[in-house]
Design a protein around this ligand. Sequence first.
Ligand code: BYC
Length: 323
Amino acid sequence: MKAPADYAHLEDQFQARIDAEEKIEPKDWMPDKYRKTLIRQISQHAHSEIVGMLPEGNWVTRAPSLRRKVALLAKVQDEAGHGLYLYGAAETLGAERDDLLDELHTGNAKYSSIFNYPTLSWADIGAIGWLVDGAAIMNQVPLCRCSYGPYARAMVRVCKEESFHQRQGYEIMLTLARGTEAQKKMAQDALNRWWWPSLMMFGPNDAESKHTAQSMAWKIKRFTNDELRQRFVDITAPQAEFIGLTIPDEHLKYNEETGHYDFGPINWDEFWQVVSGEGPCNRQRLKARRRAHEEGQWVRDAALAHAEKRRQRQAAKKDQKVA
Ligand code: BYC
């Protein structure tokens, strides 16, 4: 155990490395709280990716054309991959994947509020790609510069894929908005339902965000929740206008003085209700996740048995060489 003076010295050195934009790697010394913060954020992020497969998975068999189906399948598979990289990044900090999944399945871990809303029509798949992946990119591009090396590097690939996801969603919305009256109505209805939950994805207002100050000092986060939310509104409002859809916010207006869009108040009661497990689909999502995990047990068993057989074969080969 380090004496307090040694510890303070190590913490100063650690902060100096962060300030100098050096990456922190798994075997480097780090304060316990830095490790815990990263495990919390990265595991919540990983859970969001795999729970995030469910609302869209709902439409894979009902996509309106082969092209749409192939693109949606690829997107949902990408999200499984993102979950894998992220659980892998959390493991480099000493977390056990089984423990993280247990936390998710018992309802103790958080995942993004957005995935607790239902996908009622095909247009919701467009709205998710455009808005949810759009918000995700806004939040994740700065994470490519996160101070923790494995998380930052995982984010580079994730962001490339998210950008394809965002474009496929926007293109679906564009097509519907230029389609029949009924299609345009469907697109507008999806925008109406997904707009506010997308703004909530960025997390509570800065004044209510308990982790932001420390995470910014450690350069895990590069921008605050409100900064990223504002950027998202600034970029998305003209996109809605371009495709002829109306964002459901009577206060939304470009402000010449600030150079940003003003927008109306967010319903934080709804946000906290969803985060605490009382959203429209929380129970359904956890049930589906638990079932997928149980039904996948044989795959994990088979993979472990295969790895063990390979290990034994390689050990036997080594023994033969020595003999
Ligand atoms: N939903 O102090 P704060 C995706 C929690 S996946 C639920 O601001 P922080 C995608 C927060 O965890 C999208 N909970 O926290 C996938 C904290 O609770 P705890 C996920 C939320 O960490 C498939 C408390 O509220 N993206 O893009 O500084 C298909 C106070 O918040 C939410 C990531 O995970 C929320 N929306 O900032 C398509 C990105 N917001 O832990 C797309 C990585 C906040 O103290 N994560 N909370 O119990 C981050 O950047 C940050 O963790 C956040 C929150 C900005 C989300």
